[in-house]
Every structure is written in C-alpha cells, then in structure tokens.
Write a protein that binds this ligand. Structure first.
Ligand code: MBD
Ligand code: FE
Length: 298
C-alpha cells in the first residue's frame, strides 16, 4: 500500500522577511537562498533546492506542508487511495509543480484546514554543497527522515487521524498528561519513516495552524550553539532544554520571528515498532515564556 515517505517541505507566510533571514541563518544555521523573486526567500538544509519557502505576505503562519511519495506510480496510487476515501484533491498544473521544484504535485486540505500537498521528485542540487548560514560542526538530519516534525491544529482529532492514516502514517497517543485544570491531554503522534514522528496534534485549541516545527542537528554542539545564541539575543524560550520521553531527543523550543515555535533537537531515537505511552518527559523541558501553546506540564 502506498504511503507518504517523508514530510519533505514547508511553505511559511511571514510578515518580516528580513527578521526571518537573520533568524534562519544566524540561529538555526540554514542556508538562505534569494533568487531575486520579490515575494520569497528559500531556506536550504541539505542538497535539496530548498526545504522551506518563506513568503513575505504577512500572515505569520503555515502556508502549506509537502508530503513526499516515492515516484509517479506511487503518486497515482495515492490519488486512488484519496478517491476511495472520499478525500477531495486537485492535481496541480505543471507550472504549480515547477513552482515547488517538484515533478508532480497535488493539493488538498487536511481536516484542520491546513493546506497540504503531496509531491514526488524534488529538485536536488547535488552540485551545490550545503553552506550553513553560520559555522556548523555538522548538518541537519534529513535524508529519509524528511525535514523534521510539526504539531498542527486539529479541531477534530478523530478526523485528523483518519486523514493521516489514508496518507499512510501510523501512530497513536503517546502521552497522557495531567493538566492543572484537571483535564488530561492525550497528544497523538504519527510517523511515516524512521523519524519518531513527522506530525502530531491533540494539544487543544490553537491560534495558528502550526504550534512548532522541529529540526534535528546531527551534532550536539550545533544544538548548543543555537541555544547560546538564543540566550544571548534574549529570544523567548517556551520550553527549556530537556529530553522527550517519546523520541528521547534533547531539545528546546524558542520563538521564531512569526511568533510561533521552532524546536531544535539532537539525537532522537527512531519510530517504535510497538505503541507505548508516557506520563512525563525524562528531564527538563521546563515551561518558561508563556503564551506559545506549550504551557503544558511535560
Ligand atoms: C515532541 O516533539 C513534542 O513537541 C511534544 C510536545 C512531546 C513529545 C515530543
Ligand atoms: Fe516537537
């Protein structure tokens, strides 16, 4: 059965492209590529033409997510699956696919209203070494694990689970967290490759489509440098350094220039073959800056 193979790319709507240029390069270490288009900048994390497109149209939210399938056969099989599940989609024109630097593209909307794309055949610039925006000891962990993971807004978690299962993702509840108000949060984590999770949801109402995007460094020292610079520049840290129970990555969460979170991490373990759940993290992840939708007792 056809399944998506990775969370491959992201489009972000932003209000301050210059702030993003600085943040992405000097803090995250991504390579900024400006091809002279007046509406956008690209961010590179590896040999792909880009992993992130930033559009300076002012929204400060997720513009779209791109899920990859292996090739044209899988692309057609996925369309069959969507039809069988009564999920509406449109196959994009070749100009639209070209705009995403993909060979083939379809567009749909997930049950939370998040613009979603399924593509195959990204443009990979093998001639052009990844050149980080600040000195780095290593790089970003991408490859078969894709760009990273995100937490998305889903008002109907059951509908979201059904949708992402059609795309081929697997997973379940991985935490039961006792909230101060007496409720229990049961966030749901889904994976489609060795990355422990590529998408998660179920942490309650959200203002934006996206709560955070997680990127993983291959070298601990690059996480340390990112953390140092975030502290030097007094950028809001919503969750302090700590280790998650599920992916066991060492991570921290800081505000990006659009007012939502980027989670920087290192040394995540791979997706489980059997389901488990947890009631708290291993250590750290203390709440600090409030108001970013991560005021949860991890
Ligand atoms: C994560 O990456 C995460 O963002 C949360 C909230 C819990 C476990 C792993
Ligand atoms: Fe996360």
């Amino acid at each position: 059965v056809t399944a998506v193979t990775e969370l491959g790319y992201l489009g972000l709507s932003v209000s301050d492209l210059d702030a993003w240029r600085t943040y992405a390069s000097e803090i995250a270490g991504m390579e900024v590529v400006d091809e002279g288009e007046d509406d956008r900048l690209y961010l590179r994390m590896d040999l792909w033409h880009h992993r992130i497109a930033l559009y300076g149209n002012g929204d400060d939210d997720l513009a779209y997510l791109g899920w990859r399938v292996a090739g044209p056969v899988e692309f057609e099989d996925m369309q069959e699956k969507l039809r069988a599940a009564d999920i509406e989609f449109t196959v994009a024109s070749s100009d639209e696919a070209k705009d995403r630097r993909a060979l083939g593209l379809l567009k749909l909307t997930d049950p939370g209203g998040n613009p979603t794309e399924i593509f195959y055949g990204p443009q990979v610039d093998t001639y052009k070494p990844f050149h980080p925006g600040r000195p780095m000891f290593g790089g970003f962990l991408t490859g078969s694990q894709g760009i990273g993971h995100c937490i998305l807004r889903q008002d109907d978690v059951e509908a979201a689970i059904r949708f992402y299962r059609v795309l081929g993702l697997k997973g379940s509840v991985e935490y039961k967290l006792d909230l101060p108000n007496g409720m229990v949060a049961e966030p749901y984590f889904m994976h489609c490759n060795e990355r422990q999770h590529s998408v998660a949801f179920g942490l309650g109402p959200m203002e934006k489509r996206i709560n955070h995007m997680m990127f993983e460094y291959t070298n601990l020292d690059d996480l340390g440098i990112a953390h140092d610079i975030v502290r030097q520049r007094e950028i809001d840290v919503a969750l302090q350094l700590g280790k998650h129970a599920n992916d066991q990555a060492l991570t921290f969460y800081c505000a990006n220039p659009s007012g939502w979170l980027w989670e920087f991490g290192w040394n995540a373990r791979t997706a489980p073959t059997q389901q488990e759940y947890y009631t708290r993290d291993i250590f750290g992840h203390g709440n600090e800056a409030a108001g970013y939708g991560m005021d949860i007792p991890l």
